[in-house]
Design a protein around this ligand. Structure first.
Ligand code: NAD
Length: 494
């Protein structure tokens, strides 16, 4: 089977080059995906231009009504979408449903676009002069997305961009491209005109073509930090508006006064859920003071019970990693951690499941006594590997979080309101939790980290999304019957 592009409402492609798509649970190749070329790209641009000309003239209310139908269709097809995600990504069925639901919430937010686009108005900014602001679409927007959320991350982008009146080109991860196509088909079924949402498949080559195109106004990127930085810097050369979200190393601080069982449950789900392949996964537990021994013991005993299995097993809590290369990378990091002298409490290497021996499974892995100079602490591993760092007090804990190069999310478990308030006010990270392990903002707030976790000035969705996908215009207006004073050469003051 060849997975093609979705261009102008049709499944087509011109390039004969393809890339392999695997089922991570079995390790089998299940499809080829087209590696698009310039002809495919030109087709996408022609379609997107046509789409924009038509769509930008739809009133916000008409756009909203199509989004409402789209929302209903996603809900009706959620099981099928989840199966596509599970087959190409490997996450468990419930987790896939949860991630699509998070995407639906962005569509629900975007349905409010008539309200969200309301500008500001001031009467009499000067004598008989009124002023107001309007938000207008950018034109053709592009989104480049990672493998770990094939439904949710694209839905952080295109529903809001399209609600704002833009046309949108989505370049999904080449590792699991099918979900994007299905979403585009559903949007078409909801009444979206052809060319408003196009999906183009491929790898770096097509991304570079997107960056260099003068026809595209903005790029939204989510992926690893080196690529996010590259996209941000290159796109600026071509005068694009850009938001580029990168990698993470999220710390969860456990204070001695925390409810330990809640903290352990929070850590287990956040460290090992989706096999640690979430940008908001907790990969560092910071044990403060004398809580460390009991924390490590409790995490170990719960992590050992996690059922690792393919998504087709209803009892599975954790599936495989995305690829053989990634499994090797994660296992290499476990080797490195051992050599660096961290204490390997739970070892997930060489994890075998009967009947799925070629699947890319790594079991829950736990390191204790990790220190900030170690490679396993500094790098994003993006697998089910949790490092425990022991610190003497709160000050040492917050400075650890602050000095890490990533600043996506962080959490604190404590029963002390003063400590919690100090943490939320001062910690250097974009998304902060208090007694909440994964503080992912809902669709009507905005999602984005700090430091090397986000390049650009706008986070995703919420009002940040509306602002990113629109240009601000401010009108100052006076009607001719007002008193005329002839030419003025000084700055007006009233
Ligand atoms: P990735 O950076 O390898 O790929 C992301 C996208 O960029 C893909 O569509 C890919 O085709 C393209 N790409 C890859 N290499 C490229 C290159 N050299 N030039 C141009 N384009 C290129 O990321 P991934 O492995 O798919 O996803 C995992 C990463 O994404 C992790 O680092 C994770 O933390 C991050 N992530 C971050 C967030 C966030 O909100 N900050 C959310 C999800 C995932």
């Amino acid at each position: 089977m060849i997975i093609k592009n979705f261009i102008d409402g049709k499944i087509i492609s011109e390039s004969k080059k393809t890339l392999d798509v695997f089922n991570p649970s079995t390790g089998e190749k299940i499809a080829d995906v087209v590696n698009s070329n310039l002809n495919d790209f030109n087709n996408v641009i022609n379609s997107s231009k046509k789409g924009f000309n038509q769509w930008s003239k739809f009133t916000p209310l008409k756009r909203s009504r199509i989004l409402e139908k789209f929302k209903v269709l996603i809900s009706e097809n959620i099981n099928e979408l989840a199966k596509i995600v599970c087959t190409e990504h490997g996450k468990t069925f419930d987790d896939a449903i949860g991630s699509i639901t998070r995407g639906i919430e962005v569509v629900e937010f975007a349905c409010g676009i008539p309200h969200l686009l309301k500008g500001e108005f001031s009467q009499n900014v000067g004598t008989d002069i009124d002023s107001w602001s309007i938000r207008q679409p950018l034109g053709i927007c592009a989104g480049i997305t990672p493998f770990n959320f094939p439904a949710m991350v694209p839905m952080w982008m295109f529903p809001i961009s399209i609600a704002c009146g833009n046309s949108f080109i989505l370049k999904p991860s080449e590792k699991n491209p099918s979900c994007a196509i299905k979403l585009a088909e559903l949007f078409k079924e909801a009444g979206l005109p052809e060319g408003v949402l196009n999906v183009i498949n491929g790898d770096k080559e097509i991304v570079d073509t997107i960056i260099k195109s003068n026809e595209i106004s903005s790029i939204s990127f989510v992926g690893s930090t080196p690529v996010a930085k590259y996209i941000y810097e290159e796109s600026a050369k071509y005068h694009k508006r850009v938001q580029a979200l990168g990698g993470a190393k999220n710390h969860l601080v456990v204070m001695p006064d925390a409810n330990i069982s809640q903290a352990v449950d929070g850590i287990i789900g956040a460290a090992y859920g989706s096999a640690g392949e979430r940008c908001m996964a907790v990969s560092v537990a910071v044990a403060v003071g004398d809580i460390a021994d009991s924390l490590v013991e409790n995490i170990k005993s719960k992590a050992e019970l996690i059922k690792v299995a393919p998504w087709t097993d209803e009892d599975s809590s954790m599936g495989p990693l995305i690829s053989k290369q990634h499994k090797n990378k994660v296992e290499d990091f476990i080797n490195i951690g051992e050599k660096e002298g961290a204490k390997l409490v739970l070892d997930g290497r060489n994890y075998k499941i009967q009947g799925y021996e070629k699947g890319y499974f790594v079991g829950p892995t736990l390191f204790d006594n990790v220190d900030k100079e170690m490679q396993i602490y500094k790098n994003e591993i993006f697998g089910p590997v949790l490092s425990v760092v022991r610190v003497k007090d709160y000050n040492e804990a917050i400075s650890l979080v602050d000095n890490h190069e990533f600043g996506n999310g962080t959490s604190i478990y404590t029963s002390d309101g003063e400590v919690s308030r100090h943490f939320t006010t001062n910690v250097i990270a974009g998304m902060v939790g208090v007694n909440v392990p994964i503080p992912v903002p809902m669709a009507f707030h905005s999602f984005g980290g700090w430091k090397k976790s986000l390049f650009g000035s706008n986070a995703m969705h919420g009002m940040e999304g509306v602002n990113f996908y629109t240009k601000l215009k401010t009108v100052t207006s006076r009607w001719p019957n007002s008193i005329r004073t002839g030419p003025e050469f000084k700055m007006p003051t009233n």
